[in-house]
Design a protein around this ligand. Structure first.
Ligand SMILES: Cc1ncc(C[n+]2csc(CCOP(=O)(O)OP(=O)(O)O)c2C)c(N)n1
Length: 288
Protein backbone atom coordinates (compact mmCIF):
# COMPACT_ATOMS: atom_id res chain seq x y z
CA UNK A 1 0.00 0.00 0.00
CA UNK A 2 3.01 2.26 0.58
CA UNK A 3 3.22 2.64 -3.16
CA UNK A 4 -0.44 3.46 -3.73
CA UNK A 5 0.19 6.05 -6.36
CA UNK A 6 -1.47 9.38 -5.71
CA UNK A 7 0.92 11.34 -7.97
CA UNK A 8 0.07 12.84 -11.33
CA UNK A 9 2.29 13.67 -14.28
CA UNK A 10 1.56 17.41 -14.06
CA UNK A 11 4.62 19.62 -13.93
CA UNK A 12 5.00 21.11 -10.47
CA UNK A 13 5.20 24.92 -10.54
CA UNK A 14 5.51 25.68 -6.82
CA UNK A 15 8.73 27.52 -5.90
CA UNK A 16 11.58 25.09 -5.16
CA UNK A 17 11.54 24.55 -1.39
CA UNK A 18 7.91 25.68 -0.95
CA UNK A 19 6.24 24.30 2.17
CA UNK A 20 3.28 23.29 0.01
CA UNK A 21 5.40 20.25 -0.93
CA UNK A 22 5.24 19.19 2.73
CA UNK A 23 1.45 19.57 2.80
CA UNK A 24 1.21 17.47 -0.37
CA UNK A 25 3.45 14.78 1.15
CA UNK A 26 1.57 14.75 4.50
CA UNK A 27 -1.81 14.53 2.78
CA UNK A 28 -0.71 11.69 0.50
CA UNK A 29 0.76 9.77 3.45
CA UNK A 30 -2.38 10.38 5.53
CA UNK A 31 -4.57 9.07 2.70
CA UNK A 32 -2.38 6.00 2.15
CA UNK A 33 -2.52 5.17 5.86
CA UNK A 34 -6.29 5.71 6.13
CA UNK A 35 -6.84 3.44 3.13
CA UNK A 36 -4.57 0.82 4.66
CA UNK A 37 -6.49 1.07 7.96
CA UNK A 38 -9.74 0.62 5.96
CA UNK A 39 -11.10 3.96 7.10
CA UNK A 40 -11.29 5.33 3.57
CA UNK A 41 -11.64 4.20 -0.04
CA UNK A 42 -9.81 6.04 -2.78
CA UNK A 43 -12.86 6.00 -5.06
CA UNK A 44 -14.93 7.78 -2.39
CA UNK A 45 -12.48 10.60 -1.78
CA UNK A 46 -13.05 13.99 -3.44
CA UNK A 47 -10.83 17.04 -3.11
CA UNK A 48 -11.91 20.63 -3.72
CA UNK A 49 -9.44 23.49 -4.07
CA UNK A 50 -9.61 27.26 -4.28
CA UNK A 51 -7.52 29.57 -6.45
CA UNK A 52 -3.98 30.37 -5.35
CA UNK A 53 -0.70 28.50 -4.89
CA UNK A 54 -2.50 26.07 -2.55
CA UNK A 55 -5.04 25.31 -5.30
CA UNK A 56 -2.37 23.72 -7.45
CA UNK A 57 -2.40 20.74 -5.09
CA UNK A 58 -5.36 19.61 -7.20
CA UNK A 59 -2.98 19.14 -10.17
CA UNK A 60 -0.61 16.95 -8.17
CA UNK A 61 -3.13 14.56 -6.64
CA UNK A 62 -4.45 11.60 -8.58
CA UNK A 63 -7.87 11.85 -6.95
CA UNK A 64 -11.37 12.88 -7.93
CA UNK A 65 -11.58 16.60 -7.53
CA UNK A 66 -12.98 19.98 -8.33
CA UNK A 67 -10.96 23.15 -8.92
CA UNK A 68 -13.43 25.76 -7.80
CA UNK A 69 -13.62 29.57 -7.67
CA UNK A 70 -11.55 31.73 -5.33
CA UNK A 71 -13.24 31.75 -1.93
CA UNK A 72 -15.81 29.09 -2.81
CA UNK A 73 -14.19 25.87 -1.61
CA UNK A 74 -16.64 25.34 1.22
CA UNK A 75 -19.96 25.74 -0.66
CA UNK A 76 -18.61 23.49 -3.43
CA UNK A 77 -17.52 20.86 -0.92
CA UNK A 78 -20.85 21.05 0.91
CA UNK A 79 -22.71 20.65 -2.40
CA UNK A 80 -20.71 17.53 -3.23
CA UNK A 81 -21.36 16.11 0.24
CA UNK A 82 -25.09 16.78 -0.01
CA UNK A 83 -25.17 15.23 -3.47
CA UNK A 84 -23.66 12.03 -2.13
CA UNK A 85 -23.06 11.84 1.63
CA UNK A 86 -21.15 8.58 1.16
CA UNK A 87 -18.20 10.60 -0.17
CA UNK A 88 -15.33 11.90 1.94
CA UNK A 89 -14.83 15.51 0.91
CA UNK A 90 -11.64 17.46 1.65
CA UNK A 91 -11.26 21.15 0.82
CA UNK A 92 -7.94 22.99 0.42
CA UNK A 93 -7.98 26.77 0.67
CA UNK A 94 -5.55 29.63 1.18
CA UNK A 95 -5.86 32.09 4.06
CA UNK A 96 -6.83 34.72 1.49
CA UNK A 97 -9.27 32.35 -0.14
CA UNK A 98 -10.88 31.19 3.12
CA UNK A 99 -10.69 34.16 5.49
CA UNK A 100 -11.11 37.06 3.03
CA UNK A 101 -13.42 36.27 0.11
CA UNK A 102 -14.70 33.01 1.67
CA UNK A 103 -15.16 34.09 5.29
CA UNK A 104 -18.97 33.91 5.32
CA UNK A 105 -18.90 30.31 4.07
CA UNK A 106 -16.31 29.46 6.69
CA UNK A 107 -18.36 30.80 9.60
CA UNK A 108 -21.57 29.13 8.41
CA UNK A 109 -19.80 25.79 7.97
CA UNK A 110 -18.44 26.03 11.53
CA UNK A 111 -22.00 26.67 12.65
CA UNK A 112 -23.94 24.16 10.52
CA UNK A 113 -21.36 21.33 10.77
CA UNK A 114 -21.38 19.62 7.35
CA UNK A 115 -19.20 16.49 7.42
CA UNK A 116 -16.32 17.86 5.35
CA UNK A 117 -12.68 18.67 6.11
CA UNK A 118 -11.26 22.13 5.44
CA UNK A 119 -7.47 22.47 5.27
CA UNK A 120 -6.16 26.02 5.08
CA UNK A 121 -2.63 26.65 3.77
CA UNK A 122 -2.11 29.66 6.02
CA UNK A 123 0.96 31.50 4.72
CA UNK A 124 -0.47 34.83 5.96
CA UNK A 125 -0.33 36.37 2.45
CA UNK A 126 -1.97 36.16 -0.97
CA UNK A 127 1.00 34.26 -2.41
CA UNK A 128 0.05 33.58 -6.03
CA UNK A 129 -0.64 37.28 -6.61
CA UNK A 130 2.80 38.17 -5.12
CA UNK A 131 2.37 38.75 -1.42
CA UNK A 132 -0.50 41.11 -0.61
CA UNK A 133 -1.77 41.15 2.99
CA UNK A 134 -4.64 38.85 4.02
CA UNK A 135 -6.78 38.85 7.18
CA UNK A 136 -4.18 36.71 9.01
CA UNK A 137 -1.17 38.88 8.06
CA UNK A 138 0.50 40.58 11.00
CA UNK A 139 0.11 44.33 11.64
CA UNK A 140 2.75 46.59 10.02
CA UNK A 141 3.39 44.10 7.19
CA UNK A 142 4.65 45.90 4.09
CA UNK A 143 3.54 44.42 0.78
CA UNK A 144 2.16 45.41 -2.64
CA UNK A 145 -1.22 46.43 -1.17
CA UNK A 146 0.13 47.89 2.09
CA UNK A 147 3.32 49.79 1.19
CA UNK A 148 3.03 51.85 4.40
CA UNK A 149 2.39 48.77 6.53
CA UNK A 150 -0.85 46.93 7.39
CA UNK A 151 -2.97 49.03 9.73
CA UNK A 152 -5.06 46.37 11.46
CA UNK A 153 -4.42 43.38 13.70
CA UNK A 154 -4.65 39.90 12.22
CA UNK A 155 -7.75 37.83 12.81
CA UNK A 156 -7.31 34.58 14.72
CA UNK A 157 -8.98 31.76 12.74
CA UNK A 158 -8.84 29.39 15.72
CA UNK A 159 -10.87 31.62 18.06
CA UNK A 160 -13.15 32.49 15.14
CA UNK A 161 -13.88 28.82 14.41
CA UNK A 162 -14.48 28.06 18.08
CA UNK A 163 -16.82 31.03 18.51
CA UNK A 164 -18.78 29.99 15.42
CA UNK A 165 -19.30 26.48 16.85
CA UNK A 166 -16.87 24.30 14.87
CA UNK A 167 -16.77 20.69 16.08
CA UNK A 168 -13.10 20.04 15.18
CA UNK A 169 -10.57 22.84 15.40
CA UNK A 170 -6.85 22.22 14.93
CA UNK A 171 -3.63 23.92 13.98
CA UNK A 172 -0.58 22.27 12.51
CA UNK A 173 2.46 23.47 10.62
CA UNK A 174 4.18 22.49 7.41
CA UNK A 175 7.43 22.85 9.37
CA UNK A 176 6.37 19.76 11.41
CA UNK A 177 5.53 17.11 8.85
CA UNK A 178 4.81 14.12 11.09
CA UNK A 179 2.54 16.23 13.27
CA UNK A 180 0.76 17.47 10.18
CA UNK A 181 0.18 13.95 8.86
CA UNK A 182 -1.30 12.86 12.21
CA UNK A 183 -3.64 15.86 12.44
CA UNK A 184 -4.79 15.43 8.83
CA UNK A 185 -5.75 11.81 9.56
CA UNK A 186 -7.74 12.82 12.63
CA UNK A 187 -9.46 15.68 10.79
CA UNK A 188 -10.53 13.47 7.90
CA UNK A 189 -12.06 10.77 10.12
CA UNK A 190 -13.87 13.26 12.37
CA UNK A 191 -17.59 13.33 11.62
CA UNK A 192 -18.59 16.95 11.19
CA UNK A 193 -16.83 20.10 9.99
CA UNK A 194 -13.10 19.67 10.62
CA UNK A 195 -10.93 22.74 10.31
CA UNK A 196 -7.14 22.61 10.27
CA UNK A 197 -5.17 25.85 10.02
CA UNK A 198 -1.83 24.76 8.55
CA UNK A 199 0.95 27.28 9.07
CA UNK A 200 2.78 27.33 5.76
CA UNK A 201 5.65 29.81 5.47
CA UNK A 202 5.75 31.35 1.98
CA UNK A 203 9.50 31.27 1.38
CA UNK A 204 9.25 33.84 -1.41
CA UNK A 205 6.97 36.55 0.00
CA UNK A 206 6.57 35.91 3.75
CA UNK A 207 9.15 33.57 5.18
CA UNK A 208 8.01 32.91 8.72
CA UNK A 209 9.85 29.57 9.00
CA UNK A 210 12.60 30.82 11.35
CA UNK A 211 9.99 32.60 13.52
CA UNK A 212 7.65 29.63 13.71
CA UNK A 213 10.18 26.87 14.27
CA UNK A 214 11.52 28.54 17.44
CA UNK A 215 8.07 29.01 18.98
CA UNK A 216 5.88 26.06 18.06
CA UNK A 217 5.04 23.44 20.69
CA UNK A 218 2.75 20.41 20.58
CA UNK A 219 -0.37 20.51 22.77
CA UNK A 220 -0.21 16.75 23.08
CA UNK A 221 3.03 16.99 25.05
CA UNK A 222 1.17 19.07 27.66
CA UNK A 223 -1.49 16.38 28.23
CA UNK A 224 -3.99 18.84 26.85
CA UNK A 225 -7.68 17.81 26.80
CA UNK A 226 -9.39 18.89 23.54
CA UNK A 227 -12.91 18.34 24.94
CA UNK A 228 -12.88 21.40 27.17
CA UNK A 229 -14.26 24.39 25.26
CA UNK A 230 -13.14 27.06 27.74
CA UNK A 231 -9.62 25.69 27.79
CA UNK A 232 -9.63 25.55 23.98
CA UNK A 233 -10.48 29.23 23.82
CA UNK A 234 -7.76 30.06 26.31
CA UNK A 235 -5.18 28.10 24.33
CA UNK A 236 -6.32 29.66 21.06
CA UNK A 237 -5.63 33.11 22.50
CA UNK A 238 -2.04 32.18 23.30
CA UNK A 239 -0.91 33.26 19.82
CA UNK A 240 -2.73 36.03 17.94
CA UNK A 241 -0.94 35.60 14.58
CA UNK A 242 1.27 38.65 15.13
CA UNK A 243 4.92 37.91 14.77
CA UNK A 244 5.81 39.27 18.17
CA UNK A 245 8.92 37.97 19.84
CA UNK A 246 7.39 36.69 23.09
CA UNK A 247 4.75 34.28 21.76
CA UNK A 248 4.63 30.52 22.04
CA UNK A 249 2.56 28.83 19.33
CA UNK A 250 0.49 25.79 20.26
CA UNK A 251 -0.19 23.21 17.54
CA UNK A 252 -2.56 20.25 17.78
CA UNK A 253 -6.28 19.70 18.25
CA UNK A 254 -7.75 22.58 20.26
CA UNK A 255 -11.30 21.27 20.32
CA UNK A 256 -13.21 18.21 19.22
CA UNK A 257 -16.83 17.28 19.82
CA UNK A 258 -19.25 14.93 18.11
CA UNK A 259 -22.51 16.69 17.30
CA UNK A 260 -25.21 16.34 14.66
CA UNK A 261 -23.97 17.08 11.15
CA UNK A 262 -25.73 19.24 8.59
CA UNK A 263 -26.64 16.15 6.56
CA UNK A 264 -27.95 14.25 9.60
CA UNK A 265 -30.27 17.16 10.28
CA UNK A 266 -32.20 16.49 7.07
CA UNK A 267 -34.84 14.50 8.87
CA UNK A 268 -37.87 15.10 6.66
CA UNK A 269 -37.36 12.08 4.44
CA UNK A 270 -37.64 8.42 5.44
CA UNK A 271 -34.58 7.42 3.46
CA UNK A 272 -31.54 9.42 2.37
CA UNK A 273 -32.79 12.14 0.00
CA UNK A 274 -30.23 11.32 -2.63
CA UNK A 275 -31.81 7.88 -2.97
CA UNK A 276 -35.34 9.21 -3.27
CA UNK A 277 -36.71 8.75 -6.78
CA UNK A 278 -38.63 11.90 -7.55
CA UNK A 279 -41.52 11.38 -9.94
CA UNK A 280 -42.95 14.68 -11.08
CA UNK A 281 -46.71 14.73 -11.54
CA UNK A 282 -46.92 17.16 -14.48
CA UNK A 283 -50.72 16.85 -14.68
CA UNK A 284 -51.08 18.08 -11.12
CA UNK A 285 -48.39 20.70 -11.63
CA UNK A 286 -49.93 22.37 -14.68
CA UNK A 287 -53.71 21.75 -14.35
CA UNK A 288 -55.18 23.19 -11.26
C1 LIG B 1 -13.06 35.95 -7.39
C2 LIG B 1 -11.59 36.16 -7.47
N1 LIG B 1 -11.01 37.14 -6.73
C3 LIG B 1 -9.68 37.33 -6.78
C4 LIG B 1 -8.91 36.55 -7.59
C5 LIG B 1 -7.43 36.82 -7.72
N2 LIG B 1 -6.62 35.88 -7.01
C6 LIG B 1 -6.16 34.76 -7.59
S1 LIG B 1 -5.12 33.89 -6.60
C7 LIG B 1 -5.28 35.04 -5.39
C8 LIG B 1 -4.48 34.92 -4.12
C9 LIG B 1 -4.71 33.67 -3.41
O1 LIG B 1 -4.20 33.79 -2.11
P1 LIG B 1 -4.52 32.67 -1.05
O2 LIG B 1 -5.94 32.27 -1.13
O3 LIG B 1 -4.04 33.11 0.28
O4 LIG B 1 -3.69 31.43 -1.59
P2 LIG B 1 -2.10 31.24 -1.78
O5 LIG B 1 -1.75 31.73 -3.16
O6 LIG B 1 -1.41 32.04 -0.71
O7 LIG B 1 -1.92 29.78 -1.63
C10 LIG B 1 -6.16 36.06 -5.75
C11 LIG B 1 -6.51 37.22 -4.92
C12 LIG B 1 -9.54 35.52 -8.32
N3 LIG B 1 -8.85 34.67 -9.09
N4 LIG B 1 -10.86 35.35 -8.25
Amino acid sequence: MKNLNLQTKAQNTWCPGCFNFVILWAFQEAIRELIKERKLQKKNLVVVTGIGCHGKIYDYLDLNGFYTLHGRVIPTAVGIKLGNPELTVVGFGGDGDTFAEGIAHFLHACNTNPDITMLVHDNQVFALTTGQMTPTTEKEYKGPSSPEGKKTNPINPITLALAAGASFVARSSATHKQHLKRILKEAIVHKGFSFVDILQPCITFHNTAPYLSKRIYDLKKERYNPRNFDLAFQKALEWNYSLDQKSRIPIGIFYKKRRETFEEGFFQLKKPWYQVQRKVNYRKLFHH
